[in-house]
Write a protein that binds this ligand. Structure first.
Ligand code: OGA
Ligand code: NI
Length: 368
């Protein structure tokens, strides 16, 4: 906004130390509720029409792991499940986990309380607006609006939940529900990480120790994808891989997640009440690339609101994980992964813009 300086007083010079405040953006929720919205603003329009890429209609379902067998006291059941888990990590990098013991009502309550958060007024949600990517509570839209040339059809709330638990104060019930859910999810994550460790031929606690899992950085990302009048032109979230060891995702009953499998995008239809689990960049590093963090993205639709809640579990903030030496074959060099603390990795990845590649590839090329 241009203002005229009163005569005599020179215009104040631009501040050199403070970047201009980021432009205020409307949430996609508010935009989608504008009366009579029948087309989307050009800032949300992807020229290459990402949703028109071929999507595999393969009926090959993503693998399912029965958690109750993974923690079974019957050694045969357990080792068979660990073999299945290893295969799922190698072939897909994504799998569903059933019989995990987290009550259905708790998962539903978590989704509902996130819905309530997004339904607060813009002013109320604005209280949770983060200024920096490592702020423990951060409400926003798109991925990185100051860098995204085209905005994503998505609002989000990101919260650090472990080792220190944070919560917005509104809705009032958020804190109690999220605290319980985050604890239960960590319990499931820990058992899967043990199974993954064994499936790699490592001691069951290898990854746990190498990543100081008792202090794991657990970040909740609640995503809201409102109905979009031109879903074929918009994108919910561009292709990316997740930082950390494992992400556990739940959603309301609206589909939208696509996973890259054998060079094709596959629509994921999760079994109700299951967790959708994926390998993150730090298992990729620890396994020396044996288990890859896989590209995935979110597409939108013109009918239903979609809510997904991803809990990313990383090593402790100050740990820099390395490839496990015993996974290197004779004479093989470790892949050139940067030795970088988890917190710094998160900061770099979250401050960048999504470019359709794994962030690992990105920083490997930059040779950090
Ligand atoms: C994420 C993510 C996918 C989805 O939050 O990292 O990949 O389905 N979300 O919302
Ligand atoms: Ni993701």
């Amino acid at each position: 906004m241009a203002t005229t300086a009163p005569t005599g007083s020179p215009p104040s010079p631009p501040s050199l130390t403070h970047p201009p405040p980021p432009r205020k953006l409307t949430s996609v929720k508010a935009l989608s509720e504008s009366p009579g919205l029948s087309s989307i603003p050009s800032i949300y329009t992807f020229p290459e029409q990402p949703n028109h890429e071929p999507v595999s209609d393969t009926k090959e379902p993503i693998p399912t792991i029965d958690f109750s067998l993974l923690i079974s006291s019957n050694p045969d059941e357990r080792s068979k499940t660990i073999r299945e888990l290893g295969k799922a990590c190698r072939d897909w990098g994504f799998f569903m986990v059933t019989n995990h013991g987290v009550p259905e009502r708790m998962m539903k309550a978590m989704i509902e309380v996130c819905r309530e958060f997004f339904e607060l007024t813009e002013e109320e949600k604005g209280e949770s607006e983060g200024k920096h990517v490592l702020d423990p509570i951060r409400y926003g839209t798109s991925f990185n609006p100051s860098l995204d040339k085209i905005l994503y059809w998505r609002d989000y709330l990101k919260i650090f939940q472990h080792p220190a638990f944070h919560s917005p104060s509104n809705p009032p019930s958020f804190s109690a529900i999220a605290l319980e859910y985050s604890k239960r999810t960590r319990g499931v994550m820990k058992e899967i990480v043990r199974g993954i460790s064994e499936s790699l031929g490592l001691e069951d606690k290898y990854i746990e120790k190498a990543s100081s899992l008792e202090n794991c950085l657990q970040i909740m990302v609640a995503n809201l994808y409102p109905p979009c009048p031109q879903p074929e032109l918009a994108m919910g979230l561009a292709a990316h891989t997740d930082h950390g060891l494992l992400t556990l995702l739940i959603q309301n009953d609206t589909v939208g997640l696509q996973v890259l499998h054998k060079d094709k995008w596959v629509n994921i239809h999760p079994i109700p009440n299951s967790f959708l689990v994926n390998i993150g960049d730090h298992i990729d590093i620890l396994s020396n690339g044996k288990y890859k963090s896989v590209l995935h993205r979110a597409v939108v639709n013109d009918r239903d609101v979609r809510i997904s809640i991803a809990l990313a579990h990383g090593p402790a903030a100050d740990v820099a994980v390395n490839p496990a030496p015993m996974l290197l074959e004779d004479g093989q060099n470790p892949l050139a992964y940067p030795a970088i603390k988890y917190k710094e990795y998160v900061e770099l990845q979250q401050s960048s813009k999504l470019d359709g590649k794994s962030y690992l590839e990105h920083i490997r090329n930059r040779g950090i």
